[in-house]
Write a protein that binds this ligand. Structure first.
Ligand SMILES: [Zn+2]
Length: 160
């Protein structure tokens, strides 16, 4: 859970600051990036266990937490948009932010298999942070709150 908060709040803060400074990207684009930032962790559905259509759930969702699997799923999701390639690029920005943040963690499984299916090595991790550590979510939550206050202040001053 703290992990998921950080995955959402870090790109949100970065893009909101960028938006405050340059007026871009739009809130819709930020939503796409945030979507991309969370969906690799749909692989956590494997912990529900069980079988779907005769396959273990872990075998079906584990590729979501690889760059190739996430890119393919992002491609399918991007087909819902008129400019699919542009939507795919924004979703992949979120996916890349997810993997960049995950690479800082100590993984219980021994790392990520980031270059699957080319390399089957499970050791992509820097081991700097624990996913159960609440310090990073508290810091990013505080930063997000300050940025949100800052953006609201801008709205109020424009109305008066
Ligand atoms: Zn992850």
């Amino acid at each position: 859970m703290p992990d998921l908060l950080v995955h959402v709040l870090v790109p949100w803060c970065a893009l909101k600051l960028f938006q405050l400074r340059f007026g871009r990207p739009s809130n819709g684009v930020i939503a796409l990036v945030l979507l991309g930032a969370v969906f690799p962790d749909l692989a956590a559905l494997q912990y529900l266990g069980g079988r779907v259509w005769g396959y273990h759930v872990a075998d079906l969702v584990l590729p979501l937490h690889t760059l190739v699997g996430a890119a393919l799923v992002a491609g399918v999701g991007a087909l819902w948009f008129t400019d699919s390639f542009r939507a795919w690029c924004w979703i992949m920005l979120g996916v890349c932010s997810h993997f960049a943040l995950d690479s800082l963690l100590v993984h219980a499984a021994g790392g990520m298999v980031l270059l699957f299916p080319v390399v089957w090595v499970w050791d992509f991790q820097l081991g700097l942070l624990k996913s159960t550590d609440w310090a990073l979510p508290v810091v990013t939550g505080g930063a997000s709150f300050l940025i949100w206050i800052w953006t609201r202040r801008g709205c109020v001053s424009r109305k008066t």
